[in-house]
Design a protein around this ligand. Sequence first.
Ligand code: HEM
Length: 490
Amino acid sequence: MEEVAKLLAVLALFVLSLHFITKFLKLRNRPSLRHLPPGASGWPVVGETFEFRKRSLEGSPTRFIQERMDKYDSRVFKTSLFGSLLAVLCGPAGHKFLFSNENKNVQVWWPGSVRKLMSQSLVSRVGDEAKMTRKLLLSFLNAETLRNFVPKMDSIAQRHIKTHWEGKVQVLVYPIIQLYTFELACCLFLSIEDSQVPNLSSLFDVFLKGIIAFPINLPGARFHRAMKAADAIRKEIKMILKKRKVNLEEKRASPTQDLLSHLLVTSDANGRFLSDMEIIDNILLLLFAGHDTSRSVISSVMNYLGQLPQVYELVLKEQLEISQGKEEGELLRWEDVQKMKYTWNVVSEVMRLSPPVRGAYREAIKDFTYADYNIPKGWKLLWNTGSSHKDPTLFSNPENFDPSRFEGEGPVPFSYVPFGGGPRMCLGQEFARLEILVFMHNIVKRFKWNLVLHDEKFKYDPLLEPEKGLPIQLQPSPLLPNTFSRHIIH
Ligand code: HEM
């Protein structure tokens, strides 16, 4: 009997080995694993991560991309980052391919830490579910809805400047701007009063530090602390949500007062409402996605304006013309922001030269070919602003600061992509445009500034930020002694 059992075990081992050998050979001979994009896989496991990180911290991730485009193929190359083999699809053709192939050949992909921290949100959704969630969130974040919040944004910007900038000789721009962008988001998403903001903001700092980290949920790890902070934020939002439901039922809250009310009363085309957990995680996602992005842009704009006084003067001229067309103390309206064309061209040129976000990931959901190379299912794909924003064939004299590039038809399609593109394009583009322009209006009217540090370095960690926080010296504008509205909304 024992002999038979031994024989069976050996046989089973033999069949199993045969199975794995055949699978390995099949995999090796899989057509899609031949003729892959050229490039280097770097060191085992870490790949080329250290070099990519080094270039990012130097503020020149474009160099990492450009060197490989020159060395291998300007259309696509292979590399290995953060433990994954990936193909970088370059230039407008690469961007167009990734943006127009969502759910066909590719799907959006975020690192595991992001998906785990906001598991019920849009970043963990693909296909029809993602479409439905995007539609719901966009029904609040679109221009039609957000236009009603412009006076509120102006009021928050004025209060922020009054509290944190007025009377100061020197300020550190990057940390201060966070107070504006976070308060604005808390107010428009949750109607949170300013007294509650600092507590949420400090929890949010911990959350952000662990969001792009190895997803190890063990005490002491950044990710573990982020999970705990996320739970604490969820708890706060849940309390607000519960109270809001009661207030909506008793007609003590307005269905249009903020994003929270909007999501509680709005269903999708099939009449389905988001669950409480989905609402909470999506609000967490929007706070995360909008937190450092607009802050990075405003800091970069202030840096460029500090270096280019002639551009500052033209921005100021446009903003003063807008103020002059208004009653004294009257808050900004949507129509005023629409007139800020030159200022927005300046912001766009800043985002071309110094994009706050380098790019984003996709995952191949089937084997396909691109530029004659095979891309195997499961590979990660990356589009990158660095592969087109400074290409001299797309932007003449690309190193020159020239806001007029955005006049008329503007850049060639898919060449200028600070917000991505296609069905997974940034959801907060309009929100960001309004919060940045409203802030610029208020700050240039109140101050001129000098950069304290000559040529302060900006680095990607993971978004673009000034290495020393961008210290500036303020000079109050002599033009308008009291530009603040008497109608600040509380
Ligand atoms: C100037 C500021 C901003 C820039 C440059 C920016 C840029 C981006 C980029 C590059 C993506 C990835 C797109 C892709 O995968 O192709 C993205 C996604 C996203 N952004 Fe923004 N963003 C900004 C502000 C905001 C704000 C203020 C919010 C929220 C109010 C926001 C919400 C989102 C969301 C929810 C996504 C994920 C969309 C999806 O996966 O379907 N962003 N953003």
